[in-house]
Design a protein around this ligand. Structure first.
Ligand code: E4P
Length: 218
């Protein structure tokens, strides 16, 4: 399973990258706004900087919602760097745009996916990645991980090549459950990635080993 970090914060991207286990980055307009990035040029430069930090797929989201506009916007995003993946919302024109990008060799991430039916459409259009938002599904009292398992089953039965990118991750446990359910990628906040490190028995065990090491060293 690949690990992406879900942020536009450069310090966090750098920290996750230095762990040596990072395969890519996802961003969205809300995450860009959170970092105070304002204006078209600033946004484009920010994507370029992220591409320079991480050698992996970097999702950059279109903010237009009609086919022609999404194509124009997506082409400009894809021109920033060969690792850019154009993130397109799961709407009717978005499906058409994903098909166009696929036919023209541009990678896509179909975002805002909340059902198996939407995931089937994304795969039919040839999306590189499909992003079910599992945390937001849990927030609405459905089971986000269950959706990952359902999509994984359908893609396996049908032979779809689209990679399942579990998004809207809220915890380290979500990452483990998504791995179990068959996600190809998890895009996570830094806290959730670092949460995987934690176990009290590791801390207790290490403290004991270090204490005993002092005895052997005299
Ligand atoms: C996916 O690519 C989105 O950026 C993200 O995972 C949304 O997560 P949220 O529900 O925490 O906003």
């Amino acid at each position: 399973m690949k690990f992406f970090i879900d942020t536009a914060n450069l310090a966090q991207i750098q920290e996750a990258n230095e762990l040596g286990i990072l395969d890519g980055v996802t961003t969205n307009p809300s995450l860009m706004a959170k970092e105070g990035i304002k204006g078209h040029d600033a946004v484009m430069n920010h994507y370029k900087t992220i591409c320079e930090i991480v050698d992996g797929d970097i999702s950059a989201e279109v903010i237009s919602t009609t086919f022609n506009e999404m194509i124009e916007e997506g082409k400009k995003l894809a021109d920033i760097h060969p690792n850019i993946v154009v993130k397109v919302p799961m709407i009717k024109d978005g499906v058409k745009a994903i098909k166009w990008f696929t036919d023209n060799g541009i990678k896509t991430n179909c975002t805002l996916v909340f059902s198996a039916g939407q995931a089937i459409l994304a795969a039919k259009a040839g999306a590189t990645y499909v992003s079910p938002f599992i945390g937001r599904i849990d927030d609405a009292n459905w089971d986000g991980v269950e959706l990952i398992a359902q999509i994984a089953h359908i893609y396996s039965v049908q032979g779809f090549k689209t990679e399942i990118l579990a998004a809207s991750i809220r915890s380290a446990l979500h990452i483990v459950k998504c791995a179990e359910a068959g996600a190809d990628v998890c895009t996570c906040p830094l806290d959730s990635i670092l949460g995987l490190l934690k176990h009290p028995l590791t801390d207790i065990g290490l403290a004991k080993f270090l204490e005993d090491a002092k005895k052997t060293l005299g």
